[in-house]
Design a binder for this molecule. Structure first.
Ligand code: GLU
Length: 493
């Protein structure tokens, strides 16, 4: 029986000591989906964004920015500190009804709150000031320690079931360096309590933090939230996911041209499966479909494996599913830009080519995927390897290769001239009208005789997309110019 949850408040609580990588983005997504699912079921649901920057040395603004940028890209909204709004102009608007333009909570701005709790704990005797061995002679140092009740603690994990710890081995652990400087566990517990967090959803590596946090909750009289520890993401060889395996910033994927839909889809399926009732093999889900389906019962206990091929396959499917017209509208504001490496490569390729713009390159990219029968990732690889540089630069033609099989050169020149004549009359210079205009002629003369020289003239390659796609990508003028050039190369000198 699905439990009806009336009020769910989750939190995504990254430490800004690194970029928003695959693992943390998935944690954010699960927190978001769970909160939105409660809303879907008729209750209230929200996800808070809290930047855990108590470690001043390692926390960096650039990481916080990267986290925010990544969440906004993925469409994961949050509620933040209502007193501080992000500059709307910097990051846009609401996402999915959430007030994502609120600044996140930052632990570094909440010291006063922690101080109050510490003072109360000391007054209550649940914590005490402890004099430490001086690190250097002449120094006096004090820390604040929790008075550990040394008992067994059992908590229920929504994914893993009951987990029991004997807290004796934790001793009277340090909760603050001094009354002004709380340590991590204290800040987390105070914040979860103050913010009314109902569910803590975090990576499995958080399990070992839980007993300490429960002891602090008991000390301050806070009710424990529910816990759900989600499986780790490992590399295909079951080692720790490293940069080499794809643990780069989510924003790097964006810059590499991945669609946010593909990324959300991919993240959701890492460690969770919708197990559709019909038993179908459905694997394409967007955020709207994920929200009603999300539930801890379908989160696996074993580690999830990062599978880059799966990401690429989802990317290919998502990209292909966009209707080109819709796409051009969608991209009016942002423009479809295969950024970063691809962008650099394209820049390099078009530098020396006249009449080419990045816009044209991007259109070419999209046309290849939509009508060239290439997948997104194939196309990207071809761009990157220079295999389709002929889009930007006129190819050098080998006169031996222009004619189809044994067809004589003079005959081939005639065919090319006739192709030019037909193409010159086409107004809407797109794949289908071009194909329609040429098809009868190609059937009459033999497809090879017409399509082969055309394709070779346009690409200079023995393997390439079909000539109609090439013509569309190159545009009418360039197509006619290349055909003319093929004629010249073929002509007896
Ligand atoms: N700030 C912690 C981290 O980034 C997560 C804390 C939590 O979810 O409890 O690892």
């Amino acid at each position: 029986m699905p439990q009806k949850l009336h009020k769910v408040k989750t939190r995504f609580a990254p430490s800004p000591t690194g970029f928003l990588h695959i693992g943390s983005a998935r944690t954010a997504l699960f927190n978001y989906l769970f909160a939105k699912n409660a809303e879907h079921l008729g209750g209230e649901g929200e996800m808070i964004l809290r930047i855990e920057d108590t470690d001043k040395e390692r926390s960096k603004k650039e990481y916080e920015d990267d986290i925010i940028e990544g969440l906004l890209w993925l469409g994961i909204g949050w509620t933040g500190d209502p007193s501080k709004k992000l500059q709307k102009k910097d990051i846009g608007d609401e996402i999915n009804g959430d007030i994502a333009y609120q600044q996140p909570y930052r632990q570094s701005e909440r010291t006063d709150i922690y101080k109050k709790y510490l003072a109360k704990m000391i007054a209550d005797g649940t914590a005490y000031v402890s004099k430490e061995e001086p690190a250097e002679a002449g120094q006096r140092s004090e820390v604040i320690r929790l008075k550990n009740q040394n008992k067994k603690i059992t908590f229920h994990d929504e994914i893993r079931g009951d987990i029991t710890f004997d807290t004796t081995e934790l001793g009277d652990f340090v909760i603050a360096k001094d009354p002004e400087t709380p340590l991590y566990h204290l800040a987390v517990v105070v914040d979860d309590f103050e913010m009314g967090i109902t569910h803590v959803i975090r990576g499995e590596d958080g399990i070992s933090n839980t007993p300490r946090q429960i002891l602090i909750q008991e000390a301050i009289g806070a009710k424990s939230p529910k816990y759900a520890h989600i499986p780790l993401i490992l590399a295909p060889d079951k080692s720790k996911l490293s940069k080499r395996h794809g643990a780069m910033s989510i924003n790097e994927y964006r810059k590499f041209g991945y669609e946010k839909e593909a990324m959300v889809n991919f993240l959701a399926l890492m460690g969770w499966s919708p197990q559709s009732e019909e038993g179908t093999e459905k694997e394409i889900y967007d955020m709207e479909e994920l929200i009603p389906l999300f539930d801890f019962k379908k989160v696996q206990k074993s580690a999830a494996i990062f599978n880059k091929d799966k990401l690429d396959s989802l990317q290919n499917k998502w990209f292909a599913s966009f209707n080109p017209e819709e796409r051009s509208v969608k991209e009016k504001g942002t423009e479809f830009i295969p950024l970063n490496e691809m962008q650099e490569k394209i820049h390099e390729s078009i530098k020396s080519a006249s009449g080419y713009s990045l816009k044209k390159a991007n259109d070419a990219f999209a046309s290849l995927v939509y009508s060239g029968g290439y997948t997104y990732t194939d196309t990207r690889d071809k761009f990157m390897s220079g295999e389709i540089d002929y889009i930007f630069r006129e190819p050098t033609l080998d006169p031996q290769k222009i004619a189809w099989k044994e067809t004589p050169r003079d005959k081939t020149i005639e065919y090319i001239k006739h192709i030019e004549k037909i193409l010159a009359t086409i107004e809407q210079f797109y794949n289908t009208p071009i194909k329609t205009a040429l098809w009868d002629y190609a059937e009459k003369e033999g497809r090879g005789n017409i399509l082969w020289p055309m394709r070779y003239a346009l690409s200079g390659q023995e393997k390439s997309p079909d000539p109609f796609t090439l013509a569309e990508i190159l545009g009418k003028e360039e197509t006619l110019r290349r055909l003319k050039n093929a004629e010249i190369v073929l002509a007896p000198h």
